[in-house]
Design a protein around this ligand. Structure first.
Ligand SMILES: NC(=O)c1ccc[n+]([C@@H]2O[C@H](COP(=O)([O-])OP(=O)(O)OC[C@H]3O[C@@H](n4cnc5c(N)ncnc54)[C@H](OP(=O)(O)O)[C@@H]3O)[C@@H](O)[C@H]2O)c1
Ligand SMILES: [Zn+2]
Length: 338
């Protein structure tokens, strides 16, 4: 019997467990992917900590996957065994399938499922993916370097390009972690005056190297006032994992500006007066679909945007996950498969 190896969470708040499972057969519209690399995203804590009610365990996390197609099920025209593909977090609520159109559910698990959350992901030698979740990978992109583009990349690229900001506008990237360090590169290359905002000054030099034109230490004073001193932000791309930090920066929006909420934090409270006086807005942003991932990959190839990665072996998945949670990684942790 053919087998695969995986690192799974047996239950919430338990360590990852190395297991051998029988190799699954791809069903209709599914591909079996041999995983080459998988990024470790802060959102893997959704599975690790059981942050969404009703999750099923054991569950293999990982939604920044690059690999090659090992086998295809029925109705998979357009894809071939051997194709190099990426699989992202989506489609949580893809918005396209009948289930999503009806329920606007967090995850349309009857059809696609959120990779690594409601269906098994890429901390594994192999994984099954719905073909609607597959993105083609440009030949010049290295699999390990490209893996974080499948979530951290597409989420920030997509949020920035849908924020309403226009070339030359001031865009603040709030948080300089896995998502934020890619967001800085995208914003700068998309033609925005790019301001990085983070706690302390540890990451300032790297943020500037990545393309930030300005840097705000959010602990040195009021970050909203600091943004206003620069003219106010047409977009704030909020990738921090802390609600208080997010709330503290809303006042930095310019007239007509939009705050794009990406970090999955607890509640924040915002005064309607604060927003209406400026025609400003706050909007949640959820990753993207395969076409968005392909746009992200092509843009990254064109502009030499890449993730700065700390690479761990598959067997070191627990250490890799812990390193991500510590916040000390510069900037993305990636698992390299054997
Ligand atoms: N919406 C989506 O589709 C989507 C997709 C992917 C990820 N996410 C979410 O986006 C967030 C970021 O993910 P990531 O992988 O980039 O995480 P990460 O690499 O751990 O980065 C976290 C960032 O938050 C900052 N931060 C943490 N605690 C803070 C605090 N108490 N005050 C101020 N700043 C704080 C960190 O600053 P320091 O450098 O000072 O530690 C760092 O800049 C997570 O919540 C993740 O679940 C959402
Ligand atoms: Zn992610």
């Amino acid at each position: 019997m053919a087998t695969m190896r995986a690192m799974q969470f047996p239950e919430p708040n338990a360590p990852l467990q190395l297991v051998e499972r029988s190799l699954p057969e791809p069903g209709r519209r599914e591909a079996l992917v041999t995983v080459q690399a998988c990024g470790v995203c802060h959102s893997d804590t959704v599975t690790g900590r059981g942050l969404v009610p009703g999750l099923q365990y054991p569950r293999i996390p990982g939604h920044e996957v690059i690999g090659t197609i090992a086998a295809l099920g029925a109705d998979t025209d357009g894809w071939s065994v051997g194709d190099r593909v990426g699989v992202g977090w989506f489609p949580g609520a893809c918005g396209h399938c009948p289930h999503c159109r009806r329920s606007q559910a967090y995850a349309c698990d009857n059809v696609h499922g959120a990779t690594g959350v409601t269906r098994d992901g890429g901390y594994a030698s192999h994984m099954l993916a719905d073909i609607s979740a597959l993105a083609h990978i440009p030949a010049s992109l290295d699999s390990i370097e490209a893996a974080p583009l499948m979530c951290a990349g597409v989420t920030t690229f997509n949020a920035i390009r849908n924020s309403g900001a226009k070339a030359g506008d001031l865009v603040a990237i709030h948080g300089v972690g896995g998502l934020g360090h890619l967001g800085i590169q995208f914003a700068a290359k998309l033609g925005f005056r790019t301001v990085a905002v983070n706690r302390g000054r540890d990451k300032e030099a790297l943020a500037r190297q990545l393309g930030a034109h300005d840097y705000i230490d959010s602990t040195a004073g009021d970050p909203a006032q600091a943004l206003q001193a620069l003219g106010g932000a047409k977009a704030i791309i909020a990738t921090v994992t802390n609600a208080d930090a997010m709330q503290a920066i809303v006042g930095g929006l310019a007239a007509g500006g939009t705050m794009m909420l990406i970090g999955a934090t607890g509640p924040i409270s915002i005064s309607p007066l604060e927003l209406l006086s400026k025609n400003a807005g706050v909007r949640g942003w959820y990753s993207g679909v395969a076409a968005d991932s392909e746009d992200t990959l092509v843009f990254s190839e064109l502009h030499q945007i890449s993730s700065m990665n700390e690479v761990f072996t598959f067997e070191e998945a627990q250490a890799a996950y812990d390193r991500m949670v510590s916040g000390d990684a510069r900037f993305r942790v990636v698992l390299k498969m054997d």
